[in-house]
Design a protein around this ligand. Structure first.
Ligand code: ADP
Length: 486
């Protein structure tokens, strides 16, 4: 794999995606945390400071009212001292304003006698507590009302401005500590994310390893990985697939061994026949009749071999997934008429009567060769496994979607326990009898395959000693798409 392929593979891996997810979940809060902590600290300190100032102002409220401090020209040494104390305590400035917005006292002595109009001041006179934090210029301004004892009317206000240099400094120190904490957390999160992302996807790796270790050996044990539902389902699916392949492999091996056996039998007979002719020739003159008889036997064996090979080839061609299918609009009544015409002489030799019953004309889309082969096999079996002077009845029927072919005989019947297997390749109920009458054990397998190729279904009903009925159901219109087997 080249470099870019390796990268793509890494990006697409679940391990990588889980890792990224864990990192995102872990790191985003860490980065947001700093801002939150610092802003929270600043807000809280500012608001604490403002409320402290507010407390101090409200304690002074009574003294100011009692001393008539807000009246022009009045001064009170105690109040002055307290105002200066507050200003000194916070290294700030305290301004006292009366109801006419005139500055009565300024601890900086700069603006006394001037009038001040500010939004905060107006709001305070309207009964609101206002404070204002100017972070850019590093100061807090708190405006507190001065109220009359009885009426609670706002008659003046304190404007206290204090610098926040100490808060900024504390914030800076805190920021440094938070940064160190962040670095530690980031490292910790990276390590933990790596560890957990590996841990989370490990069962998938284990499942893959288990699958690989099985390789193509069907005899290995089932795998099991119950860590996650997904890996459990995956192992179950894998086991099922393995069992299917195993069954397929067994059936393939069985087929190959059956084929070899079936092909060898006529060969062996031919060999025996020719050997005995040679032996006899060595001993003396072989009578002409014996030659003739043996040659006829050899000819029959060759025919048998031929039939097996033809049937095998037919079966291979009928593979359900084979594209080799030639569908044509066909008159089914005519086609079955032809099959009967061809088989009637064979039936007649044993006095067997063949009858066709058809209720309606049927036009359907079928592969004529394969369909003919399927029905011929059924009728031939009806003749082969019948008694002398028996009968084979074929009936045709149709509905909107399907047509039905029923092949019924008065023959020997099929034992119930064999009925499930007769469609298997090389299966015969009575091997020697079947071979005697020229059966290969492939006829019904070919029929079934041909019916399935047409997306149809086949069933057998039989009673030993009474006869057998095969019913075939095939859709009138052939569709590429496979239909459910019934
Ligand atoms: P074969 O070439 O031996 O006839 P088939 O696949 O056509 O092979 O049939 C399988 C077996 O099913 C036969 O060997 C026979 O025992 C049984 N069988 C099939 N058709 C009939 C029938 N109509 N009546 C009785 N037995 C049948």
């Amino acid at each position: 794999m080249n470099q870019s392929g390796r990268w793509i593979r890494m990006f697409k891996s679940m391990h990588f995606r889980v890792l990224i997810l864990l990192l995102l979940i872990g790191l985003v809060p860490v980065f947001l945390m700093k801002r939150g902590i610092l802003n929270g600290f600043e807000e809280q300190t500012v608001s604490m400071r403002a409320s402290m100032i507010r407390n101090q102002c409200s304690r002074l409220n009574a003294d100011i009212i009692d001393a008539g401090y807000l009246t022009d020209g009045t001064s009170d040494v105690a109040v002055d001292k307290e105002l200066t104390q507050i200003a000194d305590l916070y290294s700030g400035r305290v301004i006292l304003v009366n109801s006419l917005f005139k500055i009565i006292r300024d601890t900086y002595k700069l603006d006394e006698g001037k009038t001040v109009i500010a939004r905060e001041l107006i709001e305070t006179f309207q009964g609101k507590d206002t404070d204002y934090y100017n972070a850019e210029n590093d100061f807090i301004e708190v405006v507190c009302p001065i109220t009359e004892d009885t009426t609670k009317n706002v008659v003046g206000a304190f404007i206290v401005s204090i610098p926040t240099t100490d808060i900024i400094l504390a914030r800076r120190n805190l920021s440094r500590s938070v940064l160190i904490m962040q670095v530690i957390l980031v490292l910790l999160i990276i390590v933990v994310s790596f560890y957990f992302s590996r841990l989370l996807v490990r069962p998938f790796g284990k499942v893959t390893a288990m699958m690989n270790s099985g390789g193509t050996d069907f005899l290995t044990d089932d795998i099991s990985m119950p860590d996650y539902t997904e890996t459990e389902l995956l192992s179950e699916a894998y086991n099922q697939m393995r069992h299917r392949l195993q069954a397929q492999e067994e059936s393939r091996q069985m087929f190959v061994s059956n084929v070899s056996h079936e092909l060898k039998t006529p060969m062996t007979s031919m060999k025996v026949l020719s050997d005995s002719l040679i032996q006899q020739a060595q001993v003396g003159e072989v009578p002409n009749e014996l030659y003739q008889e043996f040659m006829v036997d050899i000819g029959e064996e060759i025919d048998r071999e031929n039939k097996i090979i033809t049937d095998l080839l037919n079966l291979v061609k009928m593979d359900r997934h084979s594209p080799d299918i030639h569908i044509e609009e066909t008159n089914i009544n005519d086609l079955i008429g032809l099959i009967i015409k061809r088989l009637r002489p064979i039936a007649a030799k044993r006095g067997i009567e063949i009858a066709l019953e058809s209720y309606k004309p049927i036009i359907a889309q079928v592969d004529q060769t394969k369909f003919t082969l399927a029905i011929s096999n059924l009728v031939e079996n009806g003749i082969k496994y019948n008694q002398e002077n028996g009968w084979v009845h074929i009936s045709l029927n149709v509905d909107n979607t399907y047509f039905f072919v029923k092949v019924q005989d008065s023959g020997i019947g099929i034992p119930e326990e064999d009925q499930g297997q007769i469609f298997e390749r090389f299966y015969r109920v009575d091997k020697s009898h079947s071979r005697e009458i020229g059966g290969t054990g492939l006829g019904l397998a070919i029929t079934r395959q041909a019916v399935l190729m047409h997306h149809g279904a086949i069933r057998v009903y039989s009673r030993e000693g009474e006869g057998t009925t095969f019913t075939v159901r095939i859709p009138l219109r052939y569709s590429e798409q496979e239909q459910a087997e019934i």
